[in-house]
Design a protein around this ligand. Structure first.
Ligand SMILES: NC(=O)c1ccc[n+]([C@@H]2O[C@H](COP(=O)([O-])OP(=O)(O)OC[C@H]3O[C@@H](n4cnc5c(N)ncnc54)[C@H](OP(=O)(O)O)[C@@H]3O)[C@@H](O)[C@H]2O)c1
Length: 265
């Protein structure tokens, strides 16, 4: 889909899936609003977007901060008009047992993805509703389908994101605005560098699912913007997890437990 004249707000645009999505949208001619906390990283992505033929608007902020997001949205509506797409890809969170999780760590992982997605969608939704069009993509995790052990806060935050998507789907029926939950297996981003002591705890059963690149994740997101669907899995075999979980949630939970982290590790 040509993005000429189209506007997307992408959170988590300084790294990984969000950055790759911003670059891809730029190459398709979109105006991309880049949201994340690290201004220097956003500036580098903005250069890539511009070099690819798109237009970038850099908005360095903590997307968990509701008033800051409201101020950003007012600026964006003023200079670029109502967005056609919101891509909620900001996310963080170390994988810890509940008893090892500090208050600050929980606040960080609820802050993004959940609060960030809430704040950005909340800030732009009136404009999308007024126009009767728009696609909101939430970047989610298989942990929101079937939890695994030792990642309590991470999993809770991803269920909150999924809950936001499901609630929006209900609210938005018949409005022309679509909410999409896009779930990826492992992606070769900096996520596990930014959230140390997490990668080692992917359940062994997860090795059956091929790892994808941020660029591939971006292609899936951009495809979803063109053809919105409520739920998208990539790799597609991840959808089997959902089917298995519907058929036998106890078996899926058992496999995740048996191949996952043991207490004390
Ligand atoms: N990587 C995977 O294997 C994988 C698989 C499935 C799902 N996911 C999900 O995809 C999402 C994106 O992950 P990724 O792989 O792209 O990780 P990443 O490379 O670490 O990128 C995370 C992005 O989120 C931004 N961010 C974090 N907290 C923020 C906040 N409070 N406000 C604004 N921006 C914030 C970070 O930027 P700043 O630090 O500059 O703010 C960064 O741009 C996460 O929710 C993750 O759980 C990842």
């Amino acid at each position: 889909m040509s993005g000429q004249g189209r506007v997307a707000v992408v959170t988590g645009a300084s790294s990984g899936i969000g950055a790759a999505t911003a670059r891809r949208l730029g190459a398709d001619g979109w105006t991309v609003v880049l949201v994340a906390r690290r201004a220097d990283r956003l500036a580098a992505v903005a250069d890539d977007v511009a070099a690819a033929g798109g237009r970038a608007i850099v908005e360095p902020l903590d997307a968990a901060d509701g008033p800051a997001v409201d101020t950003m949205a007012a600026r964006v509506l003023d200079v670029a008009g109502p967005p056609d797409a919101l891509v909620n890809s900001a996310g963080a969170g170390v994988w810890r047992w509940m008893e090892d999780t500090s208050h600050d760590e929980l606040a960080t992982m609820l802050g993004a993805p959940f609060l960030a997605a809430w704040n950005v969608t909340h800030a732009f939704l009136p404009a999308l509703l007024a126009r009767g069009a728009g696609v909101v993509v939430h970047v989610g995790s298989p942990a929101s389908v079937a939890p695994w052990p030792g990642a309590t806060g991470y999993t809770t935050a991803r269920w909150a994101l999924r809950g936001l998507h499901e609630a929006l789907r209900q609210d938005l029926a018949g409005t022309g605005v679509r909410s999409c939950h896009v779930l990826f297996g492992e992606v070769t981003s900096d996520y596990f560098l930014a959230n140390p002591d997490s990668h080692a705890h992917i359940p062994r059963v997860g090795r059956l699912i091929p790892t994808i690149t941020p660029e591939r994740a971006a292609r899936v997101i951009v495809r979803t913007l063109a053809r919105p669907r409520p739920q998208v899995f990539d790799p597609p075999m991840l959808a089997a997890l959902q089917v298995a979980n519907r058929l036998s949630p106890r078996l899926v939970a058992l496999v995740a437990r048996r191949t996952g982290r043991r207490r004390g590790t």
